[in-house]
Design a protein around this ligand. Structure first.
Ligand SMILES: *Cc1c(COP(=O)(O)O)cnc(C)c1O
Length: 341
């Protein structure tokens, strides 16, 4: 906005939840503010208790951190050494690679399949070939929005080479029906969850790991004692109790996705079916997608696009509120006319 001299923008670029967070969470956080002179509970005890109940897992299988981005760094540091290979998908969520490179590892990349799905077989082949320590899968994936079924994920886990762990980034799990998610605590899998997306608390910076107590104790050794904001812990605890609010977000997100599908077909753009709170619109070529992005920005529409083939011909827009969706539809329609000219 500063670069473009804009006073406001249509903020659909970071897959935040424009529906906000639970009013119960807001109230709980407000009530806690005067206690901000105290550090938060270093064990996040109450929150872990609540999460253990929610997921039907032991508290010893849970570790809370300041968002998935933070927890990813701990996992890379705990489970890889300099020179070790970590297998990921070219163009998927980039923070993983940032940590791998920072800790001296090697990021090995498989390509997306032409249909925009993650190529699980290619990931496995690379993990075998490079004796990878970690295999990264975002499921549902960002930026493609695609989802691998729990049977596919099961097969991937069963076929993992001995030395490799699956880092399963479930940032968008809240948008998937629980029975469609594999839920096991498994020694070969480190699962990551966040309050940033469905729960609408991206600015609070809070997320958690689910895995076996053995792996949790490795992560305990290197996490920061007071690394998690106390107000965020209080907010997350309250948000977990408000299933009604979460459901309203899930429902409105599904409505928004189907509006985006309608918009795309009205404008003659393809899409990739999304299981998340965002959607890809096919602009035909990377160049056209870049032009659309820039033209939207000039009108105050902030969205993003994948940078690598085969998805670089798409633009990615977060599902906004009804008003934001209407504004996006108008802006996109106008921009396509402008870009065609
Ligand atoms: C948004 C996102 C994250 C970031 O999660 P935080 O808890 O906010 O750090 C991680 N992974 C994926 C795939 C995401 O899209």
């Amino acid at each position: 906005m500063r670069e473009h001299g804009l006073a406001a923008c249509l903020r659909l670029g970071a897959n935040e939840s424009p529906f906000g967070c639970s009013p119960l969470a807001v109230a709980a956080m407000r009530d806690d503010l005067a206690s901000i002179w105290c550090y938060g509970d270093p064990q996040s005890h109450e929150l872990r208790e609540a999460l253990a109940r929610t997921h039907g897992v032991a508290m010893e299988s849970l570790l809370v951190g300041s968002g998935i981005d933070d927890l990813m760094g701990l996992i890379v540091r705990a489970f890889t050494g300099p020179g070790d290979a970590v297998v990921t998908t070219l163009g998927t969520y980039p923070t993983l690679e940032y940590h791998v490179i920072g800790y001296g590892g090697r990021a090995i990349r498989a390509s997306y399949r032409p249909d925009g799905r993650v190529d699980l077989d290619a990931l496995l082949d690379l993990a075998r070939k490079h004796e990878a320590k970690l295999l990264y899968l975002a499921n549902p994936d960002n930026p493609s929005g695609t989802f691998a079924t729990k049977d596919d994920v099961r097969r991937l886990i069963d076929a993992l080479p001995e030395a490799a762990l699956l880092m399963l980034d479930e940032a968008y799990a809240d948008f998937i029906a629980p029975q469609q998610l594999g839920g096991d605590i498994d020694d070969r899998v480190v699962r990551l969850r966040t309050f940033s997306k469905g729960y609408g608390m991206a600015g609070a910076r809070i997320g958690y790991v689910m895995t076996t107590p053995r792996h949790i104790s490795s992560l305990q050794k290197i996490r920061l004692q007071y690394g998690v904001n106390r107000v965020a812990q209080v907010g997350a605890f309250a948000a977990l109790r408000d299933a009604t609010f979460l459901q309203s977000v899930i429902d409105e997100t599904a409505r928004g996705r189907s509006e985006y599908e309608d918009l795309a077909s009205r404008l003659g753009l393809g899409t990739i079916p999304s299981s998340t709170n965002f959607m890809l619109f096919d602009c035909g070529t990377n160049e056209r997608a870049q032009h659309v992005l820039a033209a939207l920005m000039r009108r105050g529409g902030w969205i993003r696009k994948p940078g690598a083939p085969p998805l670089h011909r798409y633009i990615r827009a977060t599902v906004g509120t009804k008003a934001m969706r209407a504004a996006f539809a108008d802006a996109l329609e106008a921009v396509l006319v402008e870009v065609a000219a």
